[in-house]
Design a binder for this molecule. Structure first.
Ligand code: ADP
Ligand code: MG
Length: 273
């Protein structure tokens, strides 16, 4: 469905952010990309959605190369939807108009048709009661659900998510993750960059772990519980305690003394319960 082959990205300042990445996402699959900040995750998504041009490499959607000078970028972005950490809604447009905009301008729908489609996707993300609100009057979770509705309205073949919950207050994260989980259950093809490791493990069919611009480990989501590479093991144990699989804690901390690796990046020391 979506094929990325030997992708490289060197930014103009010289940062070699992505160093030869290849992977594919099959129809109906949810693939999570995890990895520490700066490992190149967003860069990969931006290349796929043509927000930036990769220095090298090929990207295919259903067998058709999409990073060529001939690719119609607007059409491409309606086939590959993207949801950003920062929502990217138009502040001066009501919820309904944020969702109909692309339908009218890219899909060339009539106003009535666009509104009907928008209402159906807003219902799906449970935002039907706020169609006349401006983004400024919504919570972060509601804004993100509107952004998801806007992407869904285009009936994309693939949806990309770039840390969709990392700008949200903790109590608002759940509703957005539930929405994404619902899409996974319905068979939407998705590539999800997330630092919600528990969510990745539960919802994704496969996980790609990126480190310093390469895929350092890749496999079924069970690799989160059973990492093979030292790099993934180290990454998982550096996460917040709540997100680290239980048995990794058990390996890291001596039950009797309570001493071991404290998974807060501070190294060995007493475990704080
Ligand atoms: N527009 C840019 N110009 C120059 N360097 C950038 C730009 N965007 C990202 N980078 C650098 O590329 C590397 C990877 O960044 P990014 O893809 O955002 O990583 P991640 O999403 O995993 O945190 C980082 O070193 C970052 O500083
Ligand atoms: Mg990022």
């Amino acid at each position: 469905m979506l094929d990325v082959e030997d992708l490289h990205m060197i930014y103009s300042g010289g940062v070699h952010a992505v160093r030869g990445i290849s992977f594919d996402v099959n129809q109906g699959e949810s693939v999570a990309i995890i990895g520490s900040s700066g490992s190149g995750k967003s860069t990969v998504l931006r290349c796929i959605n043509r927000l930036i041009e990769p220095t090298e490499g090929e990207i295919y959607l259903k067998g058709e190369q999409i990073n060529t000078p001939h690719t119609d970028v607007n059409n491409l972005r309606s086939r590959i939807g993207m949801v950003f950490q920062s929502f990217e809604l138009f502040a001066h447009l009501k919820v309904l108009d944020n969702v109909t905009l692309g339908l009218r301008h890219v899909r060339k729908m009539s106003k009535g048709e666009a509104q009907e489609r928008a209402m159906s996707v807003l219902e799906r993300v449970d935002m039907l009661d706020r169609i006349d609100a401006y983004p400024g009057n919504l919570s972060g979770g509601q804004k993100q659900r509107v952004a998801i509705a806007r992407a869904l309205a285009m009936r994309p073949e693939v949806l990309l998510f770039d840390e969709p919950t990392s700008a949200l207050d903790p109590e608002l994260i759940g509703s957005v993750l539930e929405t994404i989980r619902g899409l996974a259950d319905e068979g939407m093809t998705m590539l999800i960059v997330t630092h919600e490791i528990g969510f990745a493990r539960d919802v994704a069919d496969r996980v790609i772990y990126m480190d310093e611009g390469v895929v350092a480990e890749e496999g079924p989501s069970s690799i989160i519980n059973n990492p093979k590479s030292e790099r993934l093991k180290k990454f998982l144990s550096s996460l917040h305690e709540d997100e680290v699989p239980e048995h990794i804690h058990e390996e890291l901390v001596d039950e009797d003394t309570g001493y071991g690796y404290v998974p807060d990046g501070k190294g060995a020391g007493p475990r704080v319960r």
